[in-house]
Design a protein. Structure first.
Length: 493
């Protein structure tokens, strides 16, 4: 085994025998020793002073890049505006200390909040009903596709076992369809980045349960033939699942239900507050048109004629629960607070997100290849093909951005764009902040042409350089192994 690569000293390496960070009061009870079996000689604790510990952890905390310290242009992830006030709201004792087994009469406010949020999300989707149970976007997909499967079986169309998925889709789409027992048929995207009605027409027959569509697509482009595609799918007996992860491009501007979509999941942690990027928790509320409502997971928050709120479990056709209790309630509270704060100005979010992405497109189009040359929605996808010809790949560009204090964008996704560079500025970045980011992208493009070596060997300023990223995710090394001898100790022997 080799020592992990690090330039920051580990707390164990600051250890000095006998040094201590606390002063214990004099012993006023008889002294006894711990049972032998609880003592582990292989677990020495670092002997450090209080200030050693405080400085160590404070220094480590500054090594993390965060949305609170700079722009975070990861496309398809929407590391967006998470108002700090919503963190307070989600922690109100009246919300945070509830127990899901409490009697309905004691949690009227919570059920009311969920009932109203269901209504807002149905309105924004242009659909009839909403479940708040799913715990993530992919979980919303699973819920929605199970609803489609249940509906098709219910009307005697159980032979529909295929699902069409465009090649630009997020990987979760085909995975979801497969998990529901469907066979996936891929559809090629055309030269303008659209799903072509001809391709849909060709595949759409009585074996197809439906189509999974992302709008705007993961290319950041509005599906220009969406009405035609919806007409074809419906005429041939299929339903349309819309992946709504990109809803922040069209909030209050276009309703997926009015564009012919039958089911839609939201990524509440991408569109309606809740910081994400740390792996959760998420929320994937899923909306459906009227004829699919009976199949939604039960229970749904409901309101009686006398104004009392309750859990409605009277849904004989329901696919059943998809999650314990009532979903990730903290996310639900944040989303509610977010939507209420914006009110009818919600659409400004989308106007600004789209404006910012097109501004970045206009500023960088001379330096990076633009595979689909048209107005984009909330994110813009470039290709690093031109730089790749000089031997500098998209990964190198991403690493070089780190030297300039910019978080890299999403890279190599969507897969159909070679050397993809996907930038989502989000609606909250100012003109100055966008200009700063664009200047750096332009500088790195210049470096790739003039001094490729400096880009190829980046990052130069980060505490660690090029990592085995797959290894770090699959075999994380999260603890200190005292048996690992530091490299320096080996070298001085
Ligand atoms: C993020 C994303 C998903 C998956 O959502 P999770 O909440 O991460 O499960 C699905 N589709 C698209 C287009 C996405 O951007």
């Amino acid at each position: 085994m080799i020592a992990p690569q690090h330039s920051e000293p580990l707390l164990y390496e600051l250890s000095s025998p006998g040094r201590t960070g606390i002063i214990l009061p004099a012993l006023d009870v008889p002294q006894t020793s711990l049972p032998e079996e609880y003592l582990r000689p292989d677990l020495p604790l670092p002997e450090v002073s209080e200030i050693d510990v405080v400085r160590h952890f404070t220094r480590l905390s500054t090594l993390n890049y965060a949305i609170d310290t700079g722009i975070y242009p990861l496309g398809s992830c929407t590391m967006k505006y998470n108002p700090k006030i919503n963190e307070d709201v989600a922690r109100y004792p009246g919300f945070a200390l509830l127990h899901p087994y409490q009697d309905e009469s004691t949690v009227q406010g919570a059920i009311q909040l969920m009932y109203e949020l269901q209504g807002y999300l149905a309105e924004i989707a242009g659909m009839h009903s909403v479940t708040l149970q799913p715990a993530a976007g992919a979980h919303g997909e699973l819920t929605g596709m199970l609803v489609i499967r249940a509906y098709q079986r219910h009307i005697g169309q159980g032979q529909r076992t295929r699902v069409l998925v465009p090649d630009s889709a997020h990987g979760t789409n085909p995975a979801t369809a497969a998990m529901c027992g469907f066979t996936v048929t891929g559809l090629a995207t055309d030269a303008r980045g659209n799903l072509s009605p001809e391709a849909v027409e060709q595949e759409m027959d009585e074996t197809v349960a439906g189509l999974m569509l992302t709008n705007p697509s993961t290319l950041g482009l509005f599906e220009e033939h969406i009405l035609e595609v919806a007409e074809i799918v419906h005429r041939r007996g299929g339903l349309i699942y819309c992946d709504g992860a990109n809803m922040n491009a069209m909030l209050g501007i276009a309703k997926p239900g009015e564009l012919g979509m039958d089911v839609l999941h939201y990524n509440q942690h991408k569109t309606f507050s809740t910081p994400h990027g740390g792996g959760g928790p998420g929320a994937g509320a899923t909306a459906v048109v009227e004829k699919l409502a009976p199949f939604l997971p039960a229970p749904i928050a409901a309101r009686r004629a006398d104004g009392a709120y309750y859990w409605d479990s009277d849904q004989p056709l329901s696919i059943g629960r998809v999650r314990s209790f009532h979903g990730n309630f903290g996310n639900i509270v944040r989303g509610y607070a977010f939507i209420r704060a914006y009110g009818s100005n919600l659409r400004d979010i989308s106007f600004n997100a789209v404006l910012n992405a097109n501004y970045v497109q206009a500023r960088l189009r001379g330096a990076y290849d633009l595979p689909y040359d048209r107005y984009c929605k909330h994110e813009v996808v470039f290709s690093g093909r031109r730089q790749a010809k000089l031997g500098v790949h998209t990964l190198d560009i991403a690493k070089r951005l780190i030297d300039y204090g910019i978080h890299p964008p999403t890279i190599y996704f969507p897969h159909i764009v070679p050397e993809a560079i996907m930038i989502e500025p989000t609606e909250t970045e100012s003109r100055e902040s966008l200009d700063h980011m664009c200047e750096i992208f332009l500088k790195v493009a210049q470096e790739a042409a003039d001094d490729p070596q400096v880009v190829l060997s980046a990052p130069h300023t980060a505490p660690v350089s090029r990592l085995d990223e797959v290894g770090a995710a699959r075999r994380p090394n999260l603890r200190y192994f005292p048996e690992i001898v530091p490299v320096e100790a080996i070298l001085t022997k």
